[in-house]
Design a protein around this ligand. Structure first.
Ligand SMILES: NC(=O)c1ccc[n+]([C@@H]2O[C@H](COP(=O)([O-])OP(=O)(O)OC[C@H]3O[C@@H](n4cnc5c(N)ncnc54)[C@H](O)[C@@H]3O)[C@@H](O)[C@H]2O)c1
Length: 362
């Protein structure tokens, strides 16, 4: 399978967080590209689990471990000697971060330190991409899209921990991983990601799929919040394109936003409406929001830098993203094979990217 200039064929790639939602899609894509993938993460913690549904344990070198365990991370890196490291392992849920702030900071901040420390001692690693989020910016709720140079910050522990992970990344880039000898490190900030196979609790699309399959109304916490929605394959194409570009041009290392086009910024309520329509029926309601922890009201990403510097751009708009996602869950409920559902979306995405002449398709 071609793409990314053949950068991943036969390449040793360490993917942390491979047992999660994005990690499972990315494992599948990297395997299609011919990469030798080692995964490092905790056991899948959702039922169902996309990782288990895709039988990825049989397809890649899957290691179960904790990123807070510096010794274990170092052992895997020194044994596997990855040329590319994609760091996705994190505690990624805002509401859980309010319940478990210490765990969230330890995983998201010290986990990043542990990965970068291990890489610093590995002569074979050339590129590290640390996956953070659109929530790393100090959000004054002006509605203006965030650019990479904007101030970092974070109200809830999840956002703050990811902003701190960005500061760690920047420090390691300037102090140790400048590319002069050894690896370079970049960070990737994606928007609100949806797509088939996410079964996390307290996330909009899994909540929609669970409620609608049970014939219940979807309970929506913050219908008026605006987010930059994107299909999971859009930011994953950004992570892969960034890593492939850095192998050739290490001086490009820095922070990159990989959000959707501006027309995909939409209210939570609009996404639920679209999802219900694509599902073929159902209702939603917003329970009284008293006592809910704070979550940002408006979040938008400026993606000029990724376009200008890397030639990257998103492929699917909001309509296609929700259509594909709702269809995935509906067909999963009708007992279609999840590996076929993932393969169909990957093929359709790659074909759409090719039609749009997106540079990574060559
Ligand atoms: N889903 C989104 O909307 C979104 C948006 C922007 C950024 N992100 C980022 O993308 C990455 C992947 O998110 P996801 O949506 O796939 O989440 P997920 O919860 O589905 O997966 C998280 C992965 O991290 C692993 N992990 C968690 N704690 C760990 C620990 N202590 N040690 C080792 N592994 C651990 C899990 O085992 C799992 O493999 C995260 O870094 C997240 O912050 C997600």
């Amino acid at each position: 399978m071609s793409g990314f200039g053949g950068a991943f064929a036969g390449r040793r790639v360490l993917l942390t967080g491979h047992t999660g939602f994005k990690g499972s899609w990315l494992s599948r894509w990297l395997l299609d590209l011919g990469a030798e993938v080692t995964g490092y993460a905790l056991e899948p913690d959702t039922t169902p689990s996309l990782f288990e549904d895709l039988r990825l344990t049989d397809a890649l070198d899957s290691r179960i471990g904790d990123v807070r365990d510096a010794r274990a991370v170092e052992d895997v890196v020194s044994e596997v000697r990855p040329e590319v490291v994609l760091h996705l392992a994190a505690q990624p849920l805002v509401r859980r971060s309010y319940a478990e702030p210490r765990y969230t900071f330890e995983t998201n901040v010290m986990g990043t330190v542990n990965v970068l420390e291990a890489v610093r001692r590995c002569d074979d690693t050339r590129v590290v991409v640390n996956v953070t989020t659109d929530k790393v910016y100090e959000n004054q709720e002006t509605g203006v899209p965030f650019a990479e140079d904007d101030a970092l910050g974070g109200w809830d522990p999840y956002s703050a921990s990811k902003a701190a992970s960005e500061v760690v990344t920047s420090s390691y880039r300037r102090s140790f991983l400048s590319g002069e000898s050894g690896a370079v490190v970049a960070s990737a900030r994606a928007g609100n990601v949806i797509g088939g196979g996410d079964w996390a609790s307290d996330r909009l699309v899994p909540d929609c799929a669970r409620a609608l399959s049970a014939g219940k109304p979807v309970l929506v916490r913050n219908p008026a919040s605006v987010r930059p929605w994107q299909h999971v394959l859009d930011p994953l194409s950004g992570y892969l394109h960034l890593a492939a570009s850095l192998l050739v041009n290490p001086e490009l290392a820095g922070a990159f936003n990989f959000g959707p086009g501006a027309s995909s910024d939409a209210k939570v309520a609009e996404v639920v409406e679209l999802f219900v329509r694509e599902w073929g029926g159902g209702t939603w309601e917003a329970p009284l929001s008293d006592g809910q922890p704070h979550e940002a009201g408006v979040l938008r990403l400026d993606i000029d830098k990724a376009g200008r510097t890397l030639g990257w751009r998103p492929v699917w708009d909001l309509g296609e993203t929700v259509r594909r996602t709702a269809r995935w869950y509906r067909r999963y409920g009708e007992r279609h094979r999840p590996d076929e559902l993932v393969a169909e979306d990957l093929d359709a995405y790659r074909a759409a990217a090719q039609d749009a002449a997106v540079p990574w398709t060559t």
